[in-house]
Write a protein that binds this ligand. Structure first.
Ligand code: ZN
Length: 304
């Protein structure tokens, strides 16, 4: 009656092992500049790959991912283009930014269906026109759809994109999916001031959540997840959404591995204690709609 997930085997964490369904897939972030070392490393440690192309080297995607594609490593993409904001009030800048984002979508055409995460107001200290951003984002979402690329936007630590209400509104108006960056949420001013919690982000984004970026927090760089107590409820809530792709956004191999271990410990706890109940799966969900309504009420109450 209750949607269930397979047990997670801590000794065999993987995106693809027998009897170990990849839910969620755990990926590692691979910037193009580090692809030659990080792709083999990710393969040997059984991570999926989230690849960030260089603006000037889109054609190298195939080369960089040749080996991982040969053995079927799942892949997604991250378009992070500082200084090229599709919502910049200056038309010359926003149009140049659109060209770069379109070039990215074109480069992914041979590898669809796939998912790419873009950013709005990445340079948060620069001017930003949210209406123009949504108009341009809508064009990218439509162009992506035609070729099988799901376009997402991400919450950031500072600026307009640090407000989950703004990110949700842009997503709803443009049709883009949402990538929830947990480190940005933890480190954004409103959460630091106690006005919002990470759970608020999850609640707001749940219906449109395509991907999660995982690490402990952001200051001068991204730091690993070390605090099981803080992350257990976050992991527990994320397991209740349909989102099944988590990217660990760290670059140090030891920090990536230790973060995965903490996340898997949290997942194992959540699953063993059966706390992964369908908080976000509504009555329209076919799995739930066939369930006994009384049992469903109890489940939801237990999950709250
Ligand atoms: Zn991120």
């Amino acid at each position: 009656m209750i949607p269930s997930r397979q047990p997670i085997d801590l000794d065999r964490p993987s995106w693809q092992l027998p009897d170990h369904p990849s839910d969620p897939v755990i990926a590692v972030s691979v910037p193009a500049r580090d692809a030659q070392t990080l792709v083999p490393w990710a393969m040997s440690h059984r991570f999926a790959i989230e690849y960030t192309p260089d603006i000037s080297g889109m054609e190298r995607i195939s080369d960089h991912l040749k080996a991982s594609r040969r053995i079927g490593v799942p892949e997604r993409f991250h378009g992070r283009y500082y200084g090229w904001d599709i919502g910049h009030p200056d038309n010359a800048v926003s149009q140049a930014a659109m060209n770069i984002h379109r070039k990215t979508l074109k480069a992914l055409q041979g590898w669809c269906p796939t998912v790419v995460t873009f950013h709005l107001h990445l340079r948060w200290d620069e001017p930003f026109d949210s209406e123009k951003a949504v108009d341009n984002l809508s064009l990218l979402v439509e162009e992506g759809k035609r070729s099988g690329v799901t376009v997402c936007i991400e919450n950031l630590r500072d600026g307009e994109a640090s407000h989950p209400e703004s990110v949700l509104s842009w997503s709803q108006r443009s049709g883009a999916g949402i990538t929830l960056d947990i480190g940005h949420a933890i480190s954004c001013p409103r959460v630091c001031r106690g006005e919002l919690t990470v759970q608020d982000f999850i609640d707001l984004f749940a219906d449109r959540l395509e991907e999660v970026h995982m690490y402990g927090y952001e200051s001068d760089r991204h730091y690993p997840v070390t605090d099981v107590e803080r992350f257990a409820p976050i992991v527990n809530s994320l397991l209740q959404t349909r989102c099944s792709w988590w990217t660990i956004e760290l670059s140090d191999p030891q920090e990536i591995l230790s973060t995965r271990n903490v996340l898997l410990t949290c997942m194992k706890e959540a699953i063993e204690f059966r706390q992964y109940l369908p908080r976000y799966r509504t009555l329209t969900d076919t799995t739930i709609s066939t369930a006994d309504p009384n049992a469903l009420c109890q489940c939801v109450q237990m999950a709250m």
